[in-house]
Each structure stands twice: as structure tokens, then as C-alpha cells.
Design a binder for this molecule. Structure first.
Ligand SMILES: [Zn+2]
Length: 854
């Protein structure tokens, strides 16, 4: 530590020659009167398009009375970091951390910024305070304090290690769960005071060790700034209720709620939203300056898409959202006065999300930040053009097993969109259409994220209103559902317009937050809704209709649709314009093999690369339809598996039949477990696609240059190779049918909190626990199953240990496996039997099935 200090001191002396220096005199009424800034060093930067930042030294003169006798808010918004989050394939960045009530206190030769944490504890007496930042006092008089820049490095490193807000590096968490990351070094990059509103703004960087840097925008401003206007409606919510409330608007709609605070013994939370203090007030949005010109327009249209509601609101009739383009020069990401879309130009980014800062005592929002990867718009043009989709299945599997770190914010999964394109499911007719899909995807995603910024939580029941056979039916009553990306394209009338349909749930919820519910008539329907907490809720049983990514009136119908897509050659024409797996497979050659692509195939290696690309794209389609896509048979069955559990809460609406729903899901389970070969129609589509592809590649310069006999031989060889490749899908344990079955078997483990349904339908007794146990034991004891499947079945079966029925089935399986071991005639088969027996006898806490499929 000592050494480090000395080194930087030398640096300081050496670099004073080149410092830039400015001095600013401010109004005497302000708590800050003058600021002097000196550049002392150059440091690393992790902001995109920037390799270094300056390190500065500050001398600021404060008004002692204003500083010590006033309440302030402190906010620290994460700007950028070098923390790579491999689950979400992005660099953790742009996260608002909320506003913390703070005050200043002199302690010796330091001015300390303290959070008294009064609102975090039920007791008025016992509320351990927290030191946020320390400023050195350089000199003082009776009325002034002259201080250095602030050092909040311990607090900021703590945020970087925090579980609750999700900034923490996942890779560090695994090994250092109990130890706090301590800051290795910190430096201040900028220090400014905005006289209007008295915002003290400091940009800080903290080196948290292991080569990781986090960059924050810190702000301190009078609490008075956040005073709500008369028109701001405070909605109190219940932090203990998954829905957010049990009566009134907070029960009818799903709002984002503030972190709970205490008011005496009672716990409180509030609906987060912006204040519109005057009749001219707008909610302004900016984007980071690195956005290319051509992407500005769609960003603006998406933000202003919400004006479609405000324009129709009673006594309002005006645009509330204004997109103002790039952030003004000198304004930094994370400034609490600005709502900013952080445009990430890198093409590694698996998700988009939103976060916001608010006054914890009433929910009034200061600012919101949206993380928006350019990859969403490039997906059509670059991702598809490169055809790099073969690994998507795995990438998506990783995304599914992520922790719930970003639970409080949104997670729109880009892998799904990429896989969607890869699958051939999108009805791409031209380059133009592909380009448009990218732009629409961006608009839809941003539209959804701005919905969060306005205070709306997810509503996974929006799609229950969807009736594909009715041409007047719209995809959802809410953009806050996770909708099917292609069906959601109608959220905007035209690609160059912000207009679109009025989604009824969103319209009502928005009126409650921003127009005192004047636009919710007593005759308006009360629409079904549920948020993330309810989708994962287990207390007393599950809600079978609260499902992410479904696009059906009855989510269990998605299993039937998925089966039809696999077995049929075409689907009945309806508003979904859905296509089957066979049709998608036949689309792949023509979308990959453009004239341009073919013209570029000049060498043997180009040719082999192209053939490889076609094969992996065909794999992509199979995977997407069978196992990994959100509408695949595997995913639809896994996510609906909770329909086999005990239902909780209220009775199902009368147009739902729990017996049919459960039977459908169970038939999905058995369908998957017996799916050992690809259906004949799919196989024939695959060989046809191979044939068409090879017909097309004949025209490449590489093949044309060969002798006819040589060229024919190459084609015959390739045809055999490609056919063998696609047929291996039935056996591929990592990506193919065995992988699909293994995932299903894993999801069949007993849920620790919710039992499988056991009861009567009409007069028939149904016991899904028994049926699941039989399925698991059948797979476990079948020697013709792959070892991975058998092991997954053993683990899931072991989770039933301690239940009478489970113990009986396990005992029988042990006998059978022991006999198999004794009868084995080689070490491999004996080891397999041993490992299955071991898995059976070591019951682990079953993974929560509901979370697995999120
Ligand atoms: Zn969301």
C-alpha cells in the first residue's frame, strides 16, 4: 500500500508540467462555490472507443452551512466495466443504483458523506450508518470548506460485489462469495458542479483487482430537487406481495416497485414513475454519442412509440416522450438528470435491459438507463449474413442456466432472435426484408425497455388474449410480455413510424401512473397480468397461465403447435404465418446461397467452409424447432411442465380446462422421451435441402474450374458427408435428440416446494407424481438409452427419495441396476451401472424446475 502511494506521488510531480487547469466561480448561494481541477495522470479506461482516461486532482470550495445543514441524495450509476458476464455475453455496464439519502459530517480533517440508513431498519435508534465517500479537508474558515475530490472506492467496490443489484462479476462471485472485493486503486476522471439544481458530479474509476475496472458516475444533490409535484401520484405497494399489491391499481396492474423501506415497523414500497410537474413537461431521452447516424431514427421512433397512448389521454392530448438525439457534449452516461440509451457498438451482447434511480420514499424517478446492444439491429445484416449459428444452441442453453442476477431489470434474450433467424423460421424474402427485421427487432426491444423506464413491470399474461384464428386479434395486450419476435413486428404500423396499435393493458396501466387513471373507464376490461415474481412463485402452488414466451390463449396449446410444426408439412394458414420445420429447412439453402456468396467461392477451403455452414444451419433449424427455440417442442414442454404441479391461488377462468391442459403437457413429455429418430418428412426435407444446396454450389468459380468428372466426384462426396451429418442429429448427445431428451429428464425432478398434481378428474384418479416416476425409471433402466440420459433420469429420480412412492421406485431401480452391473462384461458398462447407482443414492436438492426454464 505504502509503495503504491509513493509511486503515484512521483507520477504526480512528474506530470504537473503537462496539466490542464481550470477554475470556475459559482453562485454564492450554492453549496459548492468554486471548483479547481488539475489533470495529474493518465489511466486506463474501459469505456468503448476509449483507451485512456485522465486522473484529476480537485480543490473545491464549499459553503459550510449549506453543506452541513441540508439533506442530500447520492447516486452512483455504473457506466462501464471490464467485467465480462459470460452468461449474458456482455460487459456489465450502465446500471442505475438508485438514490440514497445522505448527509455530510466533518470528522477530523475529513468531510464524510454518510448514509444514515434510517429507512432501512424498523428501529429509529438502531440503524447502522454507512460511510459512502470521504473528502480531504484542505483548509477551512468559519463559512467555507476547501476539499479534495471524493474517495468512494470502498463503497463502489462493494456495489461491484453486490448480489442484490447484480453488478457483481459472476466469475468472481463463484470463488469469493464471502469476501468483499477491496479496491486496489481508484481515481477521479471528472469533477463538475452544475449550478442549476446544484448537482455535484464526479466520475470515478475503481480497480477492483484481477484486472477489472469499474467506472461510475457519482452525483450529490439537494434532496429538495426530488420533491414531487402536486400532479405526481404516489402508489404505495406491498413489498411482500409477488404481485406488488393485494387491492386497487397496484393489484390490477404490475408496476416496478422501489426497494422496500421501513416506516416504523411497517414495510413500504412504491410504484416507480416519472413526475410530470407542469403541462409542458416531457420525458426526454438521449443516446450515447457513439451511435451511427443511420440508427438514430429507429431509436427515436421506438422511444416515441409510447406517445400513441399519451396523445389520447384525457386532459393531456400531447406527446410526453421526446427523443433528443445524442447526449450533449460534456454530459456523461449516468448523470441523474438524463435518461440515456447506452448504445453498445460491440457485437457481443446477449441481452438488452433497463434500470432506473428513484426516491425510495415515494417512487419518483430521477433517471433511467437502457443498455442497448447494436447487435440487435446488426443481427439481420451481419449475423445472418455470416451464418454463424451452429453454436447458438449451446449459447442459449448457457443463457437459460444463468442466475437471477438481473431479475430486477429486464432480460430480452438475443440468442433467441439469432437462433430464430438461423432456423429459417423467419419468412425472409429478400435482403431488404432481413434488414427490416433487424430494425424492427431494435424498435420492439427498445419500446419494451422504455416501458420499464415508464414504470411498467413485465406482464407475461399479455399473450393470453391472442387468438391466431381471429384476424382482428393482436399478439398481446402488452408490449411488456416476452412476445414472439416475429409476431411482435406489428407493434409498429410501419418501419419508419412510431405509431401502432393501442395495447389495452399498457394503455390502462400508463394512465394510472401518468394521468391519475382518468382513461380507465369502469367498463374497461380487467385484463390478466403477472410479473416475474409470480411466474416463479411457488407458495401454495403455481399459476399455470403465467408463462414467459408463450404466444397462445392457453400456454399448453404451444406444445400441440410445436408437435404439428415437426410432423406436418405445412400448417393451416392463420395470422401467425407460421411455418413448419420441413418448410424452414427448405428455406435455408436459398437464404444462405445468395449469388454474391456463390461468386466468392474460389478455393477448396472456401468451398468446404460453405458446405460446413450449410450443414450447421440445418442443425440450427433442427435445434430451434426441437429443443432450444422458445417455441420448440422441448422448451414449450419444459416451461409448461409446471402445469403438472399443484395449482395455487385463484380458480382458472372458465374457458380453461385443467384436465386438458395437464394431459397436453404430459403427452409432450412422453412425445419427447420417445422421439428417437427424426420424422420421415423432416428427413426428406433435409436431403432435399442438401440436394438444392449442391445444385447451387455447382455454379461457384471453384467447382466450375474443375474437370467435370472431378467436380462430380466432389459433389457426390459432399452429398454423402452432408447427409451423414444431418442424420447424426438423432445421435448427437451434445446438440441432437439425446440432448433434447436429457433436458426434459432434468426438468422432471421433483420440485422442492410444489407437489405434482394428485387428484380426481371427473371420476378418474390421476397421479402425475407416479407417472413421472415411471417415465424416469423406464429411461434409467433402459440399456439402449444414452448414458447422459440415464444419468439425468437417475438424478431426477433421486430427488424423489424420502417419498414413499419415490423410495419404492428407487429400490426397484437399484435392484435392476445391480443386476445390470453384475451381468456386465466390460469395465465401461460396469462403470456406467456404478455411476447410475451412485447418482440414485445421492439425492441432491432438486433444481427448481421453474427457474431452469426461464
Ligand atoms: Zn423486460
Amino acid at each position: 500500500m505504502q509503495k503504491k502511494y509513493l509511486i503515484s506521488f512521483v507520477f504526480l510531480l512528474a506530470s504537473t508540467v503537462t496539466t490542464s487547469c481550470y477554475r470556475e466561480n459559482l453562485k454564492s448561494k450554492s453549496f459548492v462555490q468554486a471548483v479547481e481541477v488539475k489533470t495529474i495522470d493518465k489511466k486506463a479506461s474501459v469505456a468503448p472507443d476509449k483507451t485512456s482516461s485522465r486522473s484529476i486532482q480537485v480543490k473545491a470550495t464549499l459553503d459550510k452551512n449549506a453543506v452541513l445543514n441540508q439533506e442530500f441524495f447520492y447516486s452512483a450509476n455504473l457506466q462501464y466495466s471490464s467485467i465480462y458476464d459470460k452468461h449474458d455475453d456482455l460487459y456489465t455496464q450502465s446500471l442505475a443504483q438508485g438514490l440514497i439519502p445522505v448527509h455530510f459530517r466533518i470528522a477530523g480533517n475529513e468531510l464524510d458523506l454518510i448514509a444514515d440508513n434510517r429507512d432501512q431498519f424498523p428501529s429509529d435508534v438502531n440503524h447502522p450508518e454507512r460511510l459512502i465517500s470521504r473528502f480531504q479537508i484542505l483548509s477551512q474558515t468559519d463559512t467555507t470548506l476547501t476539499i479534495s475530490e471524493g474517495n468512494s472506492s470502498v463503497y463502489l467496490a462493494g456495489i461491484a460485489n453486490s448480489d442484490s443489484k447484480g453488478v457483481g462479476p459472476a466469475n468472481l462471485k463463484a470463488t469469493e462469495t464471502s469476501t468483499m472485493i477491496s479496491p486496489q486503486e481508484h481515481w477521479v476522471r471528472s469533477f463538475e458542479f452544475a449550478a442549476e439544481g446544484q448537482y455535484l458530479l464526479q466520475e470515478s474509476s475503481v480497480d477492483i483487482g484481477t484486472d477489472q475496472i469499474v467506472e461510475f458516475m457519482e452525483a450529490i444533490f439537494p434532496r429538495e430537487n426530488m420533491k414531487a409535484s402536486d400532479s405526481f401520484k404516489v402508489y404505495q405497494m406491498n413489498p411482500d406481495s409477488p404481485a406488488g399489491g393485494t387491492e386497487g391499481y397496484v393489484a390490477r396492474y404490475r408496476f416496478l416497485n422501489t426497494d422496500r423501506i421501513f416506516n416504523g415497523e411497517s414495510k413500504l414500497a412504491f410504484a416507480e414513475h416519472f413526475d410530470l410537474p407542469s403541462e409542458q413537461a416531457t420525458i426526454d431521452w438521449y443516446v450515447t454519442p457513439n451511435i451511427p447516424d443511420e440508427d438514430l431514427a429507429p431509436v427515436g421512433l421506438a422511444v416515441e412509440g409510447w406517445n400513441r397512448y399519451f396523445r389520447n389521454f384525457k386532459a393531456m392530448h400531447r406527446d410526453i416522450l421526446k427523443f433528443k438525439g445524442r447526449l450533449p457534449q460534456g454530459i456523461h452516461l449516468g448523470d441523474p438528470r438524463y435518461n440515456v440509451i447506452n448504445w453498445d457498438s460491440r457485437l457481443v451482447a446477449g441481452a438488452a435491459y433497463e434500470s432506473q434511480s428513484y426516491d425510495p420514499s415515494n417512487g419518483k424517478q430521477a433517471n433511467a438507463i437502457i443498455y442497448m446492444p447494436a447487435a440487435w439491429i446488426k443481427i439481420g445484416m451481419d449475423y445472418w449474413a455470416n451464418g454463424e449459428f451452429s453454436e447458438i444452441g449451446e449459447a442459449q442453453a448457457a443463457a437459460q442456466s444463468r442466475s437471477s442476477r438481473l431479475k430486477s431489470v429486464c432480460f430480452r434474450d438475443m440468442h433467441e432472435a439469432a437462433a430464430y433467424l438461423a432456423s429459417g423460421k423467419l419468412r425472409v424474402r429478400s435482403e431488404e426484408d432481413l434488414k427490416n427485421f433487424g430494425i424492427e427487432l431494435l424498435k420492439q426491444t427498445l419500446f419494451h425497455e422504455v416501458g420499464h423506464a415508464l414504470g411498467l413491470a413485465h406482464n407475461f399474461k399479455g399473450s393470453l388474449s391472442y387468438k391466431p384464428n381471429d384476424s382482428s386479434s393482436i399478439f398481446s395486450t402488452s408490449i411488456m410480455d416476452y412476445n414472439d419476435f416475429e409476431i411482435e413486428r406489428v407493434a409498429f404500423e410501419k418501419i419508419d413510424s412510431s405509431s401502432g396499435p393501442q395495447l389495452e393493458y399498457d394503455r390502462q396501466a400508463l394512465s394510472v401512473l401518468y394521468n391519475n387513471a382518468q382513461d380507465v373507464a369502469s367498463s374497461d376490461p380487467v385484463l390478466p397480468t403477472c410479473n416475474d415474481a409470480e411466474a416463479d412463485n411457488e407458495a401454495g402452488g403455481v399459476d399455470p397461465l403465467c408463462t414467459r414466451y408463450d404466444i397462445e390463449h392457453d400456454p399448453s396449446a404451444s406444445i400441440l403447435t410445436a408437435v404439428n410444426r415437426i410432423y406436418q408439412s405445412s400448417l393451416p394458414a392463420d395470422v401467425r404465418h407460421d411455418i413448419t420445420l420441413s418448410e424452414a429447412i427448405l428455406q435455408i439453402p436459398k437464404t444462405i446461397l445468395s449469388a454474391q456468396t456463390l461468386a466468392n467461392i474460389k478455393t477448396k477451403s472456401d468451398f468446404e467452409h460453405l458446405v460446413q455452414k450449410i450443414s450447421s444451419s440445418l442443425d440450427g433449424a433442427l435445434n430451434y424447432y426441437l429443443s432450444t427455440g422458445r417455441s420448440s417442442l422441448g422448451y414449450a414442454t419444459r416451461t409448461n411442465l409446471k402445469m403438472l404441479y399443484k395449482f395455487g391461488g385463484q380458480a382458472l377462468p372458465s374457458d380453461y380446462d385443467p384436465q386438458i391442459m395437464r394431459e397436453r403437457v404430459y403427452s409432450g413429455v412422453t412425445e419427447i422421451l420417445k422421439l428417437n429418430t427424426l420424422p420421415a418428412g423432416v428427413l426428406s426435407a433435409l436431403s432435399k435441402a442438401v440436394e438444392t444446396s449442391l445444385e447451387a454450389v455447382k455454379l461457384t468459380p471453384y467447382l466450375s474450374a474443375l474437370e467435370t468428372s472431378e467436380s462430380n466426384q466432389v459433389l457426390v462426396d459432399q452429398q454423402d458427408k452432408m447427409n451423414a451429418h444431418v442424420q447424426s442429429f438423432s445421435k448427437d448427445q451434445k446438440l441432437g435428440l439425446p440432448a433434447m431428451r436429457t433436458k426434459m429428464l432434468t426438468a422432471m425432478a421433483r420440485h422442492p416446494a410444489v407437489p405434482f398434481f394428485f387428484g380426481k378428474f371427473d371420476k378418474t384418479q390421476v397421479d402425475y407424481e407416479m407417472l413421472i416416476l415411471i417415465q424416469l425409471s423406464d429411461v434409467l433402466t433402459a440399456k439402449d438409452r444414452t448414458s447422459t440420459e440415464r444419468l439425468a433420469a437417475a438424478k431426477s429420480l433421486a430427488s424423489f427419495s424420502g417419498r414413499k412412492l419415490g423410495d419404492d421406485v428407487i429400490a426397484k431401480a437399484v435392484l435392476s441396476l445391480s443386476a445390470e452391473r453384475d451381468a456386465s462384461d466390460n469395465s465401461d458398462s460396469r462403470d456406467l451401472a456404478e455411476s447410475l447407482l451412485k447418482a440414485l443414492s445421492s439425492p441432491v436438492e432438486s433444481t427448481a424446475n421453474l427457474l431452469l426454464t426461464n
